[in-house]
Design a protein around this ligand. Structure first.
Ligand code: PAF
Length: 293
């Protein structure tokens, strides 16, 4: 039976009592609309911990576009049923006021209360979604305060988010961050809650993102190390589909830089963000990445 709490205080009390009883806690933070990617994180957490906690909170602090926040899919009943079936110990939700009691001014968190997300927040997602990572770092820090997990699980699809959260965990002295592989549809599309928002044309175009990443990997495996040429390869594939490309870039994962590095050597990651056609005339922003080496 999966317990469910809305109050961070109650969730914290439960987590404390489990820890005091010597049971390890694995934590999967989510924004709900759960899919097989989230369930893979829960699965790994269940294998490595005695208790698993999942949070479901659509965090307004990390949305730079109010329309995006409004459209973000929500289905708590379906999520709770999936987590129950999976054997998750506890799920907690929450409200902004509940996470930051007495701190909101006119419903918003004051500027100075946001955490600095660190250097990995610069460039790419950080540039296209200003304020996104400080919102992520601020809420994840709060969630970690509530759960105090031994391990926390994140999907590699949100590559830069993983770097930001790793840095946050380093600063806090824990938890251990476990980055899990991206789960994909059969046609290669990375699972994302946002895929639900795609229309037929957008859904047909979306797997091109992964094909472009694979093209970069093929070039890398063929010996290509020039960042510009790797990006060009991705651009050529992306141009074959109706996608609005925000970026198709390469970075050195060991030395994150806002700008494209002048050269790559042994380590590289390719990252793409593109808009695809969504229901009711909307545009759905998709991201994906692939480690080249
Ligand atoms: O990856 C997400 O779903 C969110 O960014 C997270 C980590 C739950 C923080 O709101």
């Amino acid at each position: 039976m999966t317990l469910c709490f809305e109050s961070p205080e109650e969730a914290r009390r439960w987590c404390r009592s489990e820890r005091d009883a010597g049971r390890s806690i694995g934590f999967v933070p989510t924004m709900g609309a759960l899919h097989a990617g989230h369930l893979a994180l829960a699965h790994r957490a269940l294998a490595e911990n005695e208790r698993v906690v999942v949070s479901i909170f659509v965090n307004p602090l990390q949305f730079n576009d109010p329309g995006d926040l409004e459209r973000y899919p929500r289905d708590f009943a379906a999520d709770a049923a999936l987590l129950e079936e999976k054997g998750v110990s506890m799920v907690f939700t929450g409200t902004l006021e509940g996470f930051f009691p007495g701190e909101l001014i006119e419903g918003a968190l004051p500027e100075e209360r946001y955490l600095d997300p660190g250097p990995a927040a610069e460039g790419l997602e950080g540039a296209f979604r200003p304020g996104h990572f400080r919102g992520v770092a601020t809420i994840v820090d709060r969630l970690f305060d509530v759960v105090e997990p031994e391990r926390a699980y994140f999907g590699q699809k949100d590559y830069q988010q993983c770097l930001v959260v790793e840095e946050l965990a380093r600063r806090r002295g824990g938890p251990r961050i476990v980055v899990c592989p991206t789960v994909r549809e059969e046609d290669g599309l990375a699972l994302s809650s946002r895929n639900l928002l795609l229309d037929e044309e957008g859904r047909a175009a979306a797997p091109t993102i992964q094909r472009a990443l694979e093209a970069a990997r093929a070039a890398w495996n063929g010996g290509e190390r020039d960042p510009d040429r790797l990006c060009e390869r991705m651009g050529r594939v992306l141009a074959t589909a109706p996608l609005e490309v925000e970026y198709a870039e390469v970075r050195d994962p060991r030395a994150w830089s806002a700008e494209r590095p002048a050269r790559l050597d042994q380590h590289a990651v390719a990252l793409i963000a593109a808009g695809a056609s969504g229901r009711a005339g909307s545009r759905v922003r998709l991201i994906d990445n692939l480690i080249l080496a």
